[in-house]
Design a protein around this ligand. Sequence first.
Ligand SMILES: *[C@@H]1O[C@H](CO)[C@@H](O)[C@H](O)[C@H]1NC(C)=O
Ligand SMILES: *[C@@H]1O[C@H](CO)[C@@H](O)[C@H](O)[C@H]1NC(C)=O
Ligand SMILES: *[C@@H]1O[C@H](CO)[C@@H](O)[C@H](O)[C@H]1NC(C)=O
Ligand SMILES: *[C@@H]1O[C@H](CO)[C@@H](O)[C@H](O)[C@H]1NC(C)=O
Length: 817
Amino acid sequence: MQEALTVQRVVHGTTAAQELDGSDQSMFVTVFLLLVTVCAQGGNGEEREEAQRPGHVSVVIVGGTGDLAKKYLWQGFFELYINQVRGGNTFSFYGGGLSPADKGRPALSEILKAVSCTKDLSQERCALLKEQFLRLSQYRQLKDLEDYQDLAKHIEQELQQEGLTEAGRLFYLSVPAFAYADIAEKINSSCRPTGGAWLRVVLEKPFGHDFRSAQVLASQLGSSLKDQEMYRIDHYLGKQVVAKILPFRVENRKFLDPIWNRHHIERVEIVLKETLDVKGRIPFYDQYGVVRDVLQNHLTEVMTLLTMRLPMNLSSSEEVLQNKLQIFTSLLPVGKNQAVVGQYQAYKTEVQQELNKTKDHFSPTPTFAAVLAYVDEAQYEGVPILLISGKMLDERVGYARILFKNDVFCVQNHNNIHCKPKQIVFHFGHGSLRYPAILVSKNLFKPVLMDGEWKEVTEHTDVNILGLPISDYYVQTPTEQKEAYSELISHIFAGRKNSFVSTENLLASWGFWTPLLSSLVSSFPRIYPGGAENGDLLDVRVKGKDISYNSEVVIISNDQMGGTSANSFQVMQGKFRSADMVTAWPEELVERLAADIQEAAEAAVHQGGVFHLALSGGSSPLALFHRLTQHHFSFPWKNTHVWMVDERCVPLNELESNFHNLHEHLLQHVRIPYYNIHPMPVQINQRLCVEEDGGPLLYEKEFSKLVNGSSFHFVLLGVGHDSHTASLFPGGKVDEHGESLVALTESPIKPHQRMSLTFSAINKAHTVAILVMGKGKHELITQLSRVKDNPDKWPVTGVKPAHGRLVWYIDYDALLG
Ligand SMILES: *[C@@H]1O[C@H](CO)[C@@H](O)[C@H](O)[C@H]1NC(C)=O
Ligand SMILES: *[C@@H]1O[C@H](CO)[C@@H](O)[C@H](O)[C@H]1NC(C)=O
Ligand SMILES: *[C@@H]1O[C@H](CO)[C@@H](O)[C@H](O)[C@H]1NC(C)=O
Ligand SMILES: *[C@@H]1O[C@H](CO)[C@@H](O)[C@H](O)[C@H]1NC(C)=O
């Protein structure tokens, strides 16, 4: 498969240009811990979702005057109160904070004034309920252990005075993650209810920043709270469309069963695009980046919902969570070639400002990522699952799309629905549609209408959703839009755990992401300008099992290269010694070089049916060889001849032999005909590199015969610390080689005898690439940038293709030191 995926919104129809207002509140809130006290359910993870005994419920929001509480939590609890007020429960609400009561109290009452009725309540009823809610809510300082003890005493006194049975205690900790363990411990030691009442604790991301830290946090929490007492919130699971993925799959089983598999699914895309930057949040964000902030949690949750085995019983949390866990064990590890990362251009300056860094500081934290995942199960084998998210993109939208294969070709009417994309879109919100919806293209099937809280949409504005006009879809939307937090709060109250993240699933998710995160540390993100200007820069392509940017350019901003203008954004066309230069972090550099070699190969084969490649020995090209072996399907190996740039005068099967190395690391892994491989004849008549045996002449004849004009298509060179290249060393009197194309030479280091292409041969090539990697070469690169051509002293300066092109591939370590 080879596909270019467009990340930028394609402008279609009249509504496409309407930009959405407002910020994705849910994405930006700092995450907090919600501790809910709920009826203690008999342990052993057997959580029974029993009807709760009615009684008194104490809700404690720790961090009750913070942003999240202000924006969502108090509103969510007010809605809970409205819905439960006739349910036989009584409530008290506590807003906890670090400030003393005289400061905290007024802050809380400001927040509480803002809660509103969402249901169709009469004004009088609403006012009454709100007044009751305010009366039941109070501020408490919660700082030290004594504060928690006092709170517990207060709750018990209240229960006693009013003669109430206790139903449970719900602690909502809306505080930074570092405080979780400490607060959980205080709750365990002083606030546990007795007499069969429940305790529930709700937590939010970040739950660690990699597998190990998540494990540490989980075990700290585990010493204070039982697993079934913890509710880890991923607010995405509270989104109405996300929550409907499983029910949709169940209700439409008869349509989906035959097509929900690798034979019919072309690919799955799970996308969350944002338009905002992270300015002001850098101290937090720079430690996380988009993979930890969005992919590891929200997008992963959606992926599991789409691919997990359907539970027999949708309301059984245990089964839902188990089936999710099962998918994690089936996910194939994500290799480095299955991810691309980007960073919006202004990020660098924001980091420098907010972290007080100097102008040369660069943080590689990605603000955009596209990752390709595969599920190792017969049902989904080979189905690409793309997870994509980024800041500063052209539009704000979240969706999951299942694109099916379509084998119908319309000869006459291309607008016929049968030739159009076949797809199901779970549209979480925003985008050009602007409301949450589930869309099924009409060439698939007419989905069952979901329960009473959903309705079919038949009146459409003229809008296009992922390549289809909306009139080509069956569309369903919730009758009433609900806030994710309010939904989740009602689930916590009901003790329904299937929309929360269990410890096992959390660790499984980190287990999946952590290796990729480690391998991305050395990835240099593609810098993008932000917004509509991104154009097609971030479009990705899935080729085989790899993902790459569709436009293969190395992009770095001027200032990263030590330039002066902070705002410049350009495709780097660097120069080194007046020749072209490509520069990047090592892995990207090698990837680019491999891609360039392949491009040269394809062009040569296209033109003349054959590609002549001359390769060097040494350690620098090993990473390249490794990379080339991964191109073994698409690279035209069958038409490629591999020649040696130089060779040590040792038998070809010895470890020191360049050919031996090349064979080990490249040739034996690719399908190249053996008669296309041309080792240098260093051993003739059972002796090594003896002048009279005429080895150099033999090699010269062989390649003059096979290679048109003795011009290799591509010659790969390295350069040593003494600036030698091929086996042409300083003081080697290169002039003496005359017109010879191959010569015997002397190395200052063992084995001294060498056979090498001469400058005459090298400079006839169509393309010569010089690969320089590693900090150890920085000094050399600095010197080379200054010296004049002098091949006797600086052999590499003798590389000057007469009619071809010279390109330096220099990694940042070598370039910048
Ligand atoms: C809670 O604290 C008690 C001691 O007060 C301790 O025995 C128990 O292990 C702690 N953890 C849990 C999960 O109950
Ligand atoms: C499904 O699970 C729920 C919650 O565990 C339970 O109450 C219900 O009885 C189950 N339904 C069936 C048909 O087993
Ligand atoms: C950066 O410096 C400012 C002013 O000196 C200071 O207020 C701020 O806390 C510093 N920020 C960091 C992350 O060090
Ligand atoms: C050989 O090279 C010459 C000049 O470089 C070119 O004109 C000719 O087409 C080439 N022949 C083949 C078979 O590629």
